[in-house]
Structure formats: structure tokens, C-alpha cells
Ligand binder design. Structure first.
Ligand code: NAI
Length: 331
């Protein structure tokens, strides 16, 4: 049985080939993203495996169904790039990896907070030039600061626990308050209260119609001047133009983003010799108080092992009519 992978990077090939020793599928890797143009590459595959920036629209799903594809396996947690209704209508099964390493994403979030705050990226370069001055490197204590965590699912909870260890006050906003988190001292508050009181705000909700552009001109108006905003969720959670305006005016003091609304043409590629046409990302990267990473929060060895194993297991279980046993079924 053949599984065709899109957006495949060398590390995908390495981890999936390793884990496939227990499954014995025929694996085929395409480095291009799946979209209406590239769907033609699929030949005789029973399953297609995609990642965060593949565009699995209704047209693409229809083309896959015509080619006999039965399973669409996402090797990620978020599924905002897939038309689930179209898949359902055509009887295609869709699965994902709901939890691989929430700690990987939470820990990268903390790395971004610490880098922006203590400016270790600048210090690294400075001392290599024998510049041992501290001018401009001053940070602030995280101890006793208030961090607002929007979305306390798996990743948000992992972040709450880490930030508790730093001695932060933790405010949370979610559709449902998590009792365990409350017992551990997390305070659930209305969104506006979180925006008003937080020194750092971190986004961990899925991207959907309710959360799209959750950080925008109106919501930013409630935040403290100098606030730090971290987005390791999805690019569409923030209105990039409004955020750039708030950086220019000095209202946002620090911004860390691991995701970007127009990241498809940029992230996961080496464009170091290319001219980047997207002025928005160029403007973002030009601020001294902005840190951009290219969707790497998930990228640990433990997470890659879990992603490969769960994805292959999902495909096998679906083909053996055991989909009901899977927590990662979407359709
Ligand atoms: P999860 O499903 O465990 O938690 C999401 C939480 O958001 C839930 O508690 C849910 O109630 C809450 N939520 C949903 N809609 C909301 C709304 N309108 N307002 C407030 N809260 C809302 O998901 P998990 O595993 O914590 O992941 C969160 C997101 O992180 C994923 O959807 C994905 O987009 C992103 N992600 C990013 C990665 C990266 O490498 N940068 C890696 C993995 C996930």
C-alpha cells in the first residue's frame, strides 16, 4: 500500500522511513506542497500525508478521491488547511496527530520569551565581535510578572506549568476553564481582563472563525503599553498589519512569532539567495524587538518520533477499519 507525502523535508524522510520498518508501507516523498497544481503527482496511492501549509481544498480532495485516495493523514495537530466537509462528502477519512509533544511547543514559546527579554541572540553576536558592553541588553524579571495564556489545551497547559515555575501570575482565557489548571493556581478571566493585566500574552487556540485575527487593533487597545506578544499557534491568530502599526508606535514592546499568516511560500525553505516579495514579513523582521522563527516550535526529536509513529499507526488502523479507536480522527 502506497503513502504519498507532500511538503516532505529530509527529516520527514528520515523519521518516517525509520518508523515504517514496523509497518511496511511503500513511501513516496514529494518536497512540493500539495495544491491544485501538484495533486497530479499522486499515482496509485491509498493514503496521502500532508503538513501545515498544504492546501487541501475541496478541489484537491475531489482530485484525490478520483485517484482512489482513501485516507488523508495530517502529520500535525492543526487542521485549518483542510476542507473537512468536502472530505466527509466524498467519504475520505481524515486523521491527524492530536498530541505529539505539547512540551516541545510550550518550551519553544519560553525560548522566545527569554530571547526577546534577555536578548541572548544579540549578546551571542556581540561577544563574538569582542564587544562585551551590556548597553541595550537590559531585560526584566519574569518572577511576579503576569502572563496571559489564550487557549489552555495541551500546549497552553504545558506553558502554564512552566511559567508557574518562573513565579509568574497566570491568567487564562478559554471557552472552558480547566479545573486541574485552576487547582494549580491559574486564574480564568474574561479576555478583556487578560488583555488589560498581562505583561506577556501567548496564543494557543486553534485557528478558526472565532479566533481569526484575535489580536487586532481593537484588542491591542486593551493591552499594556510595552506588552510582549508570542504566537506559536497559527499566523492567522494575529492581524499582522495592526501588529506592525502597534510595533511602530511602540505600543507592543516585544513580538515573537513562530507562525505567519502568509508563511506557505516562505517557511521550510532556504530562500537566502532569493528576493522576498512579501513586504509584511520583511517589515516584521526589521524590528529589533521582533523574533521570527519559521514554524519550528514542534521540532524536537521526541515530537518527530511521535508524529511519524502516530501517523503511520493512524493509516494502518483506518485501513483495518479500526478508525473508531483513534483519537486523531477528524472525518
Ligand atoms: P488543543 O485542542 O489541545 O487546545 C486548544 C484550546 O483552545 C482548547 O482548550 C480550546 O477550548 C481552546 N479554544 C478553542 N477555541 C477557542 C476560542 N475561540 N477562544 C478561546 N479558547 C479557544 O490544541 P493544542 O494541542 O494545545 O494546540 C493549539 C494550537 O497550536 C493548534 O491548533 C495548532 O494550530 C498550534 N500548534 C502549533 C505548532 C507549532 O509548531 N508552532 C505545533 C502544534 C500545534
Amino acid at each position: 500500500m502506497k503513502v504519498s507525502f507532500f511538503s516532505a523535508q529530509p527529516y520527514d524522510k528520515e523519521f518516517f522511513t525509520q518508523h515504517n520498518k514496523h509497518y511496511g508501507f511503500e513511501l513516496e516523498f514529494f518536497d512540493v506542497t500539495l495544491d491544485a497544481q501538484t495533486v497530479g503527482l499522486v499515482q496509485n496511492a491509498t493514503a496521502v500525508c500532508v503538513f501545515v501549509n498544504d492546501k487541501v481544498t475541496a478541489d484537491v480532495i475531489k482530485a484525490l478521491a478520483v485517484k482512489g485516495v482513501k485516507v488523508l493523514a495530517l502529520r500535525c495537530a492543526g487542521f485549518n488547511n483542510v476542507d473537512l466537509q468536502a472530505a466527509n462528502n466524498l467519504g475520505m477519512r481524515v486523521c491527524r496527530v492530536p498530541a505529539y509533544s505539547p512540551e516541545a511547543v510550550a518550551e519553544h514559546t519560553v525560548a522566545m520569551i527569554l530571547t526577546l527579554n534577555r536578548k541572548t541572540h544579540k549578546a551571542y553576536n556581540r561577544v563574538r565581535e569582542q564587544n562585551f558592553s551590556l548597553q541595550g541588553l537590559m531585560g526584566f524579571d519574569l518572577h511576579n510578572k503576569t502572563i496571559g495564556i489564550i487557549g489552555t489545551g495541551r500546549i497552553g497547559q504545558a506553558l502554564c506549568r512552566i511559567m508557574k515555575g518562573f513565579g509568574c501570575r497566570i491568567l487564562a482565557f478559554d471557552l472552558i476553564a480547566n479545573k486541574d489548571m485552576e487547582r494549580e493556581g491559574v486564574e480564568y478571566v474574561p479576555l478583556i481582563t487578560l488583555l488589560q493585566q498581562s505583561d506577556i500574552i501567548s496564543l494557543h487556540t486553534p485557528l478558526n472563525e472565532q479566533t481569526r485575527h484575535l489580536v487586532n487593533k481593537e484588542t491591542l487597545a486593551f493591552t499594556k503599553r510595552g506588552v510582549m506578544i508570542i504566537n506559536t499557534g497559527r499566523g492567522g491568530l494575529i492581524h499582522t498589519k495592526d501588529v506592525i502599526d502597534a510595533l511602530k508606535s511602540g505600543h507592543i514592546g516585544y513580538l515573537g512569532v513562530d507562525v505567519y499568516e502568509q508563511e506557505e511560500g516562505l517557511f521550510f525553505r532556504d530562500l537566502s539567495s532569493d528576493i522576498i516579495i512579501d513586504d509584511m514579513i520583511q517589515r516584521l523582521m526589521s524590528f529589533p524587538n521582533v523574533l521570527v522563527t519559521a514554524h519550528q516550535a514542534f521540532f524536537t526529536k521526541e515530537a518527530m518520533d511521535q508524529i511519524a509513529e502516530t501517523t503511520l499507526y493512524n493509516i494502518k488502523a483506518i485501513m483495518e477499519n479500526k478508525a473508531a479507536e483513534l483519537s486523531g480522527m477528524l472525518v
